[in-house]
Design a protein around this ligand. Structure first.
Ligand SMILES: [Zn+2]
Length: 65
């Protein structure tokens, strides 16, 4: 069974994260930008692709804290 890890946006929970560029145009390897909601930062959620839908539901339920 193939298990792939993906990074998802902590804000909108979509797998739209790309490695961000800093203001000088250099790669910022630890920083990510979400092309869906515009989130940019160092924090991301890494999950197995097969768990994506399950985690999405969990995260949405816990979103009101
Ligand atoms: Zn996002």
């Amino acid at each position: 069974m193939k298990m792939a890890k993906i990074k998802i946006c902590p804000k909108c929970k979509e797998s739209k994260l790309k490695t961000a560029l800093n203001v000088s145009g250099w790669l910022a390897p630890n920083m990510y930008k979400c092309t869906n909601c515009g989130y940019m930062g160092y924090f991301y959620i890494e999950i197995d692709t097969e768990d994506l839908n399950m985690h999405k539901n969990d995260l949405k339920e816990n979103n009101n804290k």
